[in-house]
Each structure stands twice: as structure tokens, then as C-alpha cells.
Design a protein around this ligand. Structure first.
Ligand SMILES: [Zn+2]
Length: 283
């Protein structure tokens, strides 16, 4: 949900779309700088949190952060921005902060993973007092460009080497996992993929889901989100997750385009449509 005008405004937008849980940014997602949260900002947020029956809330960290950067200055900048994200989530009492692990750019996978481990270790220490209840969720990635986190092994390595810590978890993005080459479309392929995740990472590490269909086919390593049922994953893939009792209490968030143009040119609010599609799949 957009947090324009203040993070607390995301609750009313979420309610309008019929959300039980929302995913927000607590600052501009394409800018490094953020005005510190004031006492008024925090009070407005806490008030909205009690006024609306929407929980839990999760934060998505800025897209600029690259904890795998081989460039020292950029790595430090990324680290400081990540720390601010964790602290802001802590100030607002938000339990989950989802971050993209990072891109190794001109280095290599092993160096990139080592950089991410260093950032995670440091942020866990430096926010142990300011944000002890914030879990950092590493997002499963599509493997586009030099993105890390597209193999379950990457996530396992990061969680193990930076931890073990109960403040580290995973956000499972359906589009990304599918784009990375893990099939989830049929009950059988879904079961095999989840078994593989369990064996390598551990299903208990999954804290939140991003439910996005994929504009590209299995294993294309392209991160392009489609509306639910309109992509290559299809409805049955989402039904597998929605009817799996292991996820009954896990929040899932849409990151699909907000609107779509109707044949007559009018705009359709797609969060409402995508949520209705997902809910219709629950048996
Ligand atoms: Zn996502």
C-alpha cells in the first residue's frame, strides 16, 4: 500500500481494498534520505493500527539498498540505509522488514554473499536494542541480472552465516521463485518445491509471502509481476499455497500493478480484483 502522506494512511487504503494485512514503505523507496519519524508520525501510526483491523503489517525496504555491493562506499551507504529501515520498523512496532538480498554487480556470487552476511551480522548487533522485535526477511529473488537469493542455497547460507538468529527469516515471492526455476503450478510440483525449500532452508524460516503471478515462464529469471491468474503461474499455483494449512497464519501481500484499463478505457482497481481471485481459490 502506498504510504503517501504518512505511513498511517496505508491502513485506510488497505481497508478500501479489503486487505487483512498490508505491505508498506516507511520512506520513499527510491530515495536514500528519509526524514526521521517524529513523535506525531509514530502516534498517528499507532492510532491507525488500533482503528483498523489490519495486521500484521510488513515493511519493504528501499530498492536502492545493495548489501552485496563490491563498492565500499555504496556498501556502507546501503548498510546505513538498511539500519535506518530496521530502526523505523522498530519505532512503528512493525514485525517484518523485507529486503532484497543484493546484487554482486562486477564481483561474483561468493563475494556478494559474504558482503550480505557482513551487513546482516552488523545490523543485527546494531539494532539489537532499538528494534529487537523486527525480523529481517530476505526475499527470494528471480535471478535477474546479478541478483542473489534466487537459489534456496543462497538464502540458507545467508541465514546460517549471519545467524542463526530468530530475527532473520524469508519472504517467499511466488513470481520470483517461479522465475528462478522452481515450479509451483501443480500440487505435485508445489509439494516438491516446498520440500526442497524445507530441506535446504527450513519452512519455519518463511515469515511472509508476496503473491504475484509471472509475466514470464518458468526459469526465465525475469522479474515481471502479473495479475493473479493472468500469468504463467496461474490460479492453481496460488490455490496450492492458499490451501496449505502450514500458511494459514502467514501474511501474504500483492505487488501486482495497482490498476488496469478496462476495454472501455476506465480504470479498474486491481488490488480488489486480485484479492477476490485469491480468496475464491480457498477451498
Ligand atoms: Zn516481492
Amino acid at each position: 500500500m502506498s504510504a503517501a502522506g504518512g505511513v498511517y494512511r496505508a491502513f485506510e487504503r488497505g481497508q478500501k481494498s479489503g486487505c487483512d494485512s498490508i505491505l508498506v514503505f516507511t520512506k520513499s523507496n527510491r530515495q536514500w534520505k528519509a526524514k526521521p519519524l517524529t513523535d506525531e508520525d509514530i502516534a498517528a501510526y499507532k492510532q491507525a493500527e488500533t482503528d483498523f483491523d489490519i495486521h500484521p503489517v510488513a515493511v519493504h525496504a528501499s530498492y536502492l539498498i545493495n548489501a552485496a555491493s563490491p563498492n565500499e562506499a555504496l556498501w556502507e551507504k546501503s548498510y546505513q540505509a538498511l539500519k535506518v529501515e530496521v530502526e523505523r520498523a522498530g519505532q512503528l512496532g512493525i514485525p517484518f522488514l523485507t529486503v532484497h538480498p543484493g546484487s554482486y554487480v562486477k564481483s561474483d556470487e561468493a563475494s556478494g554473499l559474504a558482503k550480505i552476511v557482513a551487513a546482516l551480522k552488523r545490523v543485527l548487533v546494531e539494532t539489537a536494542v532499538s528494534a529487537p522485535n523486527v525480523t529481517l526477511c530476505l526475499e527470494t529473488m528471480a535471478g535477474q541480472g546479478t541478483n542473489l537469493g534466487y537459489k534456496f542455497e543462497h538464502l540458507a547460507q545467508l541465514l546460517t552465516e549471519a545467524g542463526p538468529s530468530d530475527r532473520l527469516g524469508v519472504t517467499f515471492d511466488t513470481c520470483h521463485v517461479f522465475a528462478a526455476g522452481y515450479d509451483i503450478r501443480s500440487p505435485e510440483t508445489y509439494a516438491a518445491t516446498m520440500d526442497e525449500f524445507d530441506r535446504i532452508v527450513g519452512l519455519d524460516k518463511i515469515k511472509t509471502f508476496h503473491f504475484n503471478d509471472s509475466k514470464f515462464d518458468l526459469g526465465q529469471k525475469k522479474d515481471r509481476h502479473a495479475h493473479i491468474g493472468e500469468g504463467f503461474i496461474g490460479r492453481e499455483g496460488f490455490a496450492n499455497f492458499l490451501n496449505d494449512p502450514r500458511w494459514a497464519d502467514h501474511p501474504a501481500h500483492l505487488e501486482t500493478p495497482k490498476t488496469k484499463e478496462d476495454e472501455d478505457g476506465s480504470e479498474i482497481e486491481m488490488d480488489v480484483v486480485n484479492l477476490a481471485t485469491l480468496r475464491s481459490l480457498i477451498k
